[in-house]
Write a protein of this length. Structure first.
Ligand SMILES: [Zn+2]
Length: 354
């Protein structure tokens, strides 16, 4: 269809021979297959205003005028766009390499650190549910209050925006582990073995250290694979992967470097809380000695296997400068924490009710 095209104020205005009203193809919505060169004698345009039509205009004056009014159609604009993509890719690559140096290149760790908290929480809930299956959660109000006091004290030193959620289970095995999404699982078995609230504080601070480092998230991503982890995080079920998630986390051991880092965090958290750091070294050393004496394997062995370096930990604690400290909990609160499993609730029954 023939017609006449004008360069209007807001766009290319087209008068067709069909007596329809004049159409406007706005400059911003114009596209060209071939960028308009400075010496172009014609242009072939398409437009968002009329997606199925194309417009062929002859004339170098029109082409030059259009280049001025819609600079994104020129060749230079296309070159700049291309260059921008390369610069972005280069920056991304440089960033990845830098991140690689900082995190000693662990893709799982890098992914874990970039995941939103709500996703990590979902992964953590799935892991916690599966690993604590068959055990009741301890919810004695006085015990929960004591635990809250302790957790708030320890949280003074955590990075802003981080809030740890601690759950105790009526589980005789001595265990404590960080769960994705800033959660910590503590067993009655561990509280029973602790000689003081300071020792529990030391263990919690160490597990918070793993949480701050997103060690559990990274380990699960490595363990079940990113695909399955994402499926759980996005609310789906990963079939067999879900059962594995809990098992994996419960038996998980971290690298020597990760353990050391968690200890460094623990020392800082304890210091910020004004709680003695000795509990951290004492607990690990005392329990290791006790459990390995006599050579009979007990329930604590798997936890001790995943928490090596008691000597190194004790040495680290010994070399720290002293500071004023008060007991992690007062005598009453400590008794309350020890009896937290006086009242329990079955997570399954709750799920059935809701
Ligand atoms: Zn650890």
């Amino acid at each position: 269809m023939d017609g006449t095209a004008y360069l209007g104020l807001r766009g290319v205005e087209v008068d067709l021979a069909d007596r329809n009203p004049r159409r406007i193809w706005h400059y911003a919505g114009l596209k060209v297959d071939e960028p308009i060169r400075p010496n172009a004698i014609d242009v072939l345009l398409t437009s968002r205003d009329e997606p199925n039509a194309s417009l062929f205009v002859q004339g170098s004056a029109f082409a030059a005028g259009l280049r001025e009014r819609a600079p994104h159609l020129s060749q230079r604009a296309r070159q700049l766009r291309r260059r921008r993509i390369w610069i972005t890719l280069l920056a991304l690559f440089t960033g990845l390499v830098a991140a690689g140096f900082v995190l000693s290149w662990s893709p799982a760790k890098w992914i874990a650190k970039t995941l939103p908290l709500s996703w990590r929480e979902r992964l953590g809930n799935a892991a916690r549910d599966s690993m604590t299956e068959g055990y009741k959660e301890c919810v004695d109000p006085a015990g929960v209050a004591a635990l809250k006091t302790l957790s708030e004290r320890l949280s003074k030193g955590v990075p802003a925006g981080t809030t740890f959620d601690i759950h105790v289970y009526d589980w005789p095995l001595m265990n404590a582990f960080a769960v994705p999404g800033e959660q910590i699982v503590l067993t009655k078995g561990l509280i029973d073995k602790a000689g003081s609230a300071d020792e529990v504080a030391g263990v919690l601070a160490h597990e918070m250290g793993h949480g701050i480092e997103t060690d559990p998230e990274a380990a699960l991503i490595r363990g079940v694979g990113l695909g399955a982890a994402l499926q759980i995080m996005l609310g789906g079920t990963a079939g067999g992967g879900l059962a594995n998630v809990g098992l994996m986390l419960a038996q998980l051991g971290y690298s020597r470097g990760a353990e050391h880092k968690a200890d460094i965090h623990a020392l800082e958290l304890l210091k910020a809380a004004g709680i003695s750091q000795r509990g951290l070294g004492d607990f690990f050393t005392r329990v290791t000695k006790k459990e390995t004496e006599g050579g009979s394997p007990t329930g604590a062995v798997s936890w001790l296997r995943t928490h090596p370096l008691p000597a190194e930990r004790a040495r680290l604690v010994r070399t720290q400068a002293a500071y004023p400290a008060t007991p992690a909990l007062d005598a009453t609160q400590w008794e309350d924490l020890k009896s937290i499993c006086r009242v329990t609730r079955d997570p399954k029954e709750d799920a059935d009710k809701s």
